[in-house]
Design a protein around this ligand. Sequence first.
Ligand code: C2E
Ligand code: CA
Ligand code: CA
Ligand code: CA
Length: 287
Amino acid sequence: AKSAGGNRFELADPEADARAITRHGLTTALPTALDRGEFFIEYQPLVHLGDGSVRGAEALVRWLHPQHGVLGPDRFIPLAEHTGLIVPLGRWVLEQSVRQAREWRELHGGVEAVGPLRINVNLSPCQLTHPGLVQDTVDILERAGVAPDALCLEVTESALIGADDDLLKPLRRLAEMGVDIALDDFGTGYSNLANLRRLPVSVLKLDRSFTQSMQQFPADPVDLKIVEGIVSLAHSLDLAVTVEGVETGAQAEQLRILGCDTAQGWYYARPGPPERLHELALVDATG
Ligand code: C2E
Ligand code: CA
Ligand code: CA
Ligand code: CA
């Protein structure tokens, strides 16, 4: 790609070639993969830091490729975004996830104390600019009989940097209906903190890099101050704070002390099939 200075950077690199071939192959296979039902969703619990209860889950898409096996989203989401397939794929993920939320609710109305399990679904920037977003979301919720406030759409901070009103309008409409909007990977995008007020978000998802810096003991005092500052700013704006990538009990405890509300990570559970989430939530409800 870096061919500006002649062919200096284009020396034979068999691995890069193989990657390019795979990328090409995957891109061509994407549209049929959706028709053939090769995608599936894993769910990772979202846990309340105060009492440890499972409150919901994030939907994470995977591709069971007939030749390459299970591919993570980092392998194919960028390709799907590039080709536009992300719109039907994203709609499929939303529909599946919302139906799953409905099923969990039917399986255990028992978790009354914490309300129904909520579902978080990632949204690509291309989906944001797609004119059907609001109507599709309304239809999907209605068809499944799921209330809008059981759904949280995650949008990355970078997708909203410098966002104009046209881009924010659909998100505002969804927020008015009761859908939560989370700012994903928060803290990586250099966004203007004052800008937060302008965005229709109700949740900040603190990027994994912050969680990682809580690994050492004692944690870096500057990182502690930064997280503390973000949490107090978020709370003063009525935003909840979710932390991702929690891998140890020490991190969870540190983040709880810093005032974070909800956590997600391998410490609690890896992403897994929907039955697993159901089990976790149930164990939780019955002690
Ligand atoms: P993300 O939204 O930041 O999702 C969190 C990622 O962190 C997931 O990777 C999850 O498996 C991983 N993770 C969870 N807990 C831990 C932990 O304790 N430690 C570490 N090291 N990692 C952890 P995954 O599933 O590979 O997804 C990668 C990215 O792909 C997601 O990042 C999201 O941006 C995107 N993605 C996933 N599903 C969808 C989708 O349906 N639509 C769109 N547009 N993007 C998606
Ligand atoms: Ca996410
Ligand atoms: Ca994230
Ligand atoms: Ca991330």
